[in-house]
Ligand binder design. Structure first.
Ligand code: UGA
Length: 432
């Protein structure tokens, strides 16, 4: 099929490349000239394992193309995916839909034959209705169908999540479009993905409810971890113990520094805002948002406790600063609160991240990027393992550090406490 992806951000680029790899002709469009020129040269704007290889392969095969010409790209395509950003609006919790609506206007000017317009951007319930109204101002409804097809890709795992999704959700009341889309996704369905067909509004809400539920699960285990810390219980035992109940499930029960990234913080706020609009109180999700926000205070207190309140001049090494492993994304990372706090308290901080230097810390006092794990931890009093990169999982601290009083604060519980203690170092984890 001929597909057009509007927006070459995370969702548009990954989905476009994967659709091309399934044998479709795909044009990825973006208004950013520089980005498109770079993509044509094989320069990828984001860090995502496996993405570069797939871009190069499919661009070379001519199944994947890049363009800044929106009108022409829409005209050439049967299916148009809207994959633009829906960030949180300034001074509000609701999603900013200006890019979605402006793309809808552009699409309405370029419909030359029947087209399926798919909303892949995360958009509040009823956005599809608005998009349909905008396009219908210019074009008869018999020439287009607006469908919601949410994505469930995790950064760092996006290609695998695309190829092996748990489910494909298509929200539309139009039988013809559903059939075409089931066919588009048939290579994934035949490998085991469940196909779920709903009305458009339900598909829109499935996306937000999924992210809000996962955020709730993480926040739940983070609060249980707080209790574990006071009762000498290892939260890892609790995660396994409750996760074995199939009604609960074991995934997304890893206690950590707080959920971050470009989705959970934004989407939990947006679903509450949508519910407010419809005069419904989503009190559970409101509590989750609050609990996640105050988690940074809890972490700060714990670092103070670990350092016996003597933070000034302490040498602290951060391993990993992004919101999780396998991404270069800093958005809403818990390190953005913790590192400035420790810098203000006079700590001397070095950080190493496999994805390199972060401009977010460049103006902070006594915060320095290290080129290697070894450089970062040399001479440290405290090592904070902030993300769970494989690179950190088998560090021999004894080899790299001569400091007998070295303390390890493992915020992802990637080490066995006993192993670290046997090396002669003090170990603190989350909820253990
Ligand atoms: C999330 C969802 O998992 C995807 O399904 C969804 O498509 C995506 O948002 C989106 O809406 O676009 P992502 O934000 O990339 O994906 O990352 P996750 O792997 O979900 O992690 C989010 C945060 O939760 C991270 O800070 C991570 O460290 C934290 N987390 C995750 C935990 O603390 N514990 C866990 O058990 C899992």
């Amino acid at each position: 099929m001929k597909l057009c992806m509007i927006g070459t951000g995370y969702v548009g680029l990954v989905s476009g490349v994967c659709f091309a790899d399934l044998g479709n002709d795909v044009i990825c469009v973006d208004k950013d000239n520089n980005k498109i020129n770079n993509l044509k040269k094989g320069i990828i704007p984001i860090y995502e394992p496996g993405l570069e290889e797939l871009v190069l392969k499919n661009y070379k095969n001519n199944r994947l193309n890049f363009s800044t010409n929106l009108k022409e790209s829409i005209k050439k395509s049967d299916i148009v995916f809207v994959c633009v950003g829906t960030p949180t609006r300034r001074n509000s919790n609701s999603a900013d839909l200006s890019q979605v609506y402006s793309v809808a206007k552009e699409i309405s000017k370029s419909i030359n034959k029947f087209k399926i317009i798919i909303n892949k951007s995360t958009v509040p319930v009823t956005t599809g209705d608005e998009v349909e109204k905008i396009i219908a101002k210019k074009v008869s409804r018999k020439y287009f169908s607006v469908v919601s097809n949410p994505e469930f890709l995790r950064e760092g795992e996006a290609i695998r999540d695309f190829i092996y999704p748990d489910r494909v959700v298509i929200g539309s009341n139009d039988v013809k479009s559903k059939k075409i889309l089931k066919n588009l996704y048939s290579p994934l369905i035949s490998k085991g993905a469940k196909f779920l067909s709903t009305n458009r509004r339900a598909a829109e809400l499935i996306k937000y409810a999924s992210n809000a539920f996962l955020a709730t699960k993480i926040t739940f285990i983070n609060e249980i971890a707080n209790l574990c810390e006071k009762t000498e219980i290892d939260v890892e035992d609790i995660s396994i113990g409750i996760g074995l109940d199939k009604r609960i499930g074991s995934r997304f029960l890893r206690a950590g520094p707080a959920y971050g990234g470009s989705c959970f913080p934004k989407d939990t706020k947006a679903i509450v805002s949508t519910a407010d609009k419809f005069k419904t109180n989503l009190s559970v999700i409101k509590s989750v948002i609050k609990s996640n926000q105050i988690r940074s205070d809890i972490l700060q207190k714990r670092v103070n406790l670990i350092l016996k309140n003597k933070v000034k001049n302490k040498k602290i090494s951060f391993l990993g600063v992004t919101f999780k492993a396998n991404t270069d994304d800093m958005r809403d990372s818990s390190s953005l609160k913790l590192i400035p706090y420790l810098s203000r308290r006079g700590a001397q901080i070095k950080y190493y991240d496999p994805t390199g230097f972060k401009k977010e810390f460049s103006k902070l006092k006594n915060v320095e990027f290290s080129q290697s794990i070894q450089d970062s931890i040399k001479g440290s009093d405290l090592i904070v393992i902030h993300t769970e990169w494989n690179d950190f999982k088998s560090i021999n601290f004894r080899k790299f550090s001569k400091n007998k009083k070295l303390i390890i604060y493992d915020m992802r519980n990637i080490f066995s406490p006993d192993k670290i203690k046997k090396m002669g170092f003090k170990y603190f984890g989350i909820g253990r």
